[in-house]
Design a protein around this ligand. Structure first.
Ligand SMILES: NC(=O)c1ccc[n+]([C@@H]2O[C@H](COP(=O)([O-])OP(=O)(O)OC[C@H]3O[C@@H](n4cnc5c(N)ncnc54)[C@H](OP(=O)(O)O)[C@@H]3O)[C@@H](O)[C@H]2O)c1
Length: 317
């Protein structure tokens, strides 16, 4: 019988695809629903929703104890995420349960103060000999917590996606479309030569399933499927929106996107290599052409003819 799996974040962009991928492979999946609207979303997707808000750590842990596997793909403030997963690890220890933590490649981001490229790119187990950027400071302690818990009688796994794209939604690509709508130009920061590795959301979901099935306890798995610099992304968005691409100064970028998103996503390089994922899980991405999806695929469908953006831009990563 398949293990009983709880997906926190099953109503969200990535969690929804994870839940669908697991169900398609005969997992028994239920999702966390913190509101009646979330219950309705899960019901429409064919999942049972469990009424629970991750803001209440005690209640969340009590709910999670009813499952063999917890996939944490919700987006909550990073300090709360740490406290919640610490409580989950304490409760799960010695029970042979599995905890999979969906982190993000922001933990290996390096500074790009002019929007310039740099050479730093990281496989899962590479050292990180650079100053810690915002996301690393906030999220690496949680990764450590989850890694170390693999010695405490539970199975832990970390999946660390880069910029996720597909189905006309996510964070950075919708944010560039939004910049075109707001300013009349598809924007990038500085020189726009900096890189964030990318991965289609369906491929991320497949890595999560494969990690649950074959992953090594305590290991981290990257999901990179290529890289395109931000200027090229903005030029493709400009083509779709019928407007030019334009560089923004740091202050202008903060006006358009907010300082947190600029610090986390637009003024950094975050380059990953999915070496362990490919060799150990036998994964390779089915989707690699982000620019094609902007010009002629899901992003054109979502944004080309709408005055307001319809794809999600949730502003956190
Ligand atoms: N998108 C990317 O490009 C990307 C890249 C790398 C890593 N990540 C990471 O992946 C994770 C998911 O990102 P996403 O883009 O899928 O986010 P998202 O679309 O905003 O989804 C967030 C999910 O978290 C749930 N949630 C938020 N607060 C909650 C709470 N208090 N209790 C229970 N559930 C709660 C939301 O439920 P509701 O429906 O109730 O709001 C939703 O299901 C995040 O940790 C993010 O850092 C994302």
């Amino acid at each position: 019988m398949s293990k009983k799996t709880l997906v926190a974040g099953a109503t969200g962009y990535i969690g929804k695809q994870i839940a669908a991928e697991l169900v398609a492979h005969d997992y028994h999946v239920e999702g966390v629903a913190r509101t009646p609207e979330a219950q309705a979303v899960l019901a429409a997707a064919g999942h049972k929703g469990v009424a629970c808000d991750a803001a209440d750590i005690e209640r969340f842990v009590a709910v999670a104890m009813d499952y063999d596997v917890l996939v944490w793909a919700a987006a909550v403030p990073f300090d709360h995420e740490y406290n919640l997963l610490r409580a989950v690890v304490d409760a799960f220890q010695g029970s042979a349960r599995t905890l999979l933590f969906l982190s993000g490649s922001g933990v290996v981001a390096t500074d790009s103060p002019q929007g310039e490229w740099n050479v730093a790119a990281f496989s899962e187990d590479d050292p990180f000999p650079y100053p810690a950027m915002f996301t690393r400071q906030m999220r690496r302690p949680t990764e450590h917590l989850v890694e170390d818990a693999a010695d405490r009688g539970l199975r832990t796994l970390i999946v660390r996606p880069p910029m996720v794209w597909g189905h006309g939604a996510s964070i950075q690509i919708p944010a560039v479309f939004e910049s075109a709508r707001r300013t009349g130009a598809a924007c990038y920061f500085g020189k726009g030569l900096n890189l964030y590795s990318h991965s289609h959301v369906d491929d991320v979901a497949r890595v999560v399933r494969l990690a649950l099935e074959k992953g090594t306890a305590g290991a981290t798995y990257h999901t990179e499927a290529g890289e395109v610099n931000y200027r090229t992304i903005a030029e493709a968005v400009g083509e779709v929106m019928g407007c030019p691409a334009r560089s923004l100064s740091y202050d202008e970028a903060c006006e358009v996107w907010g300082e947190i998103l600029v610090k986390m996503a637009f003024a950094v390089n975050s380059r990953t290599i999915a070496r362990r994922t490919r060799s150990e899980l036998g994964w390779s991405p089915a989707h690699t052409d982000l620019i094609q999806d902007i010009r002629h695929g899901s992003y054109r469908d979502a944004f080309a003819h709408t005055p307001e953006s319809s794809g999600m831009w949730s502003g956190h990563q």
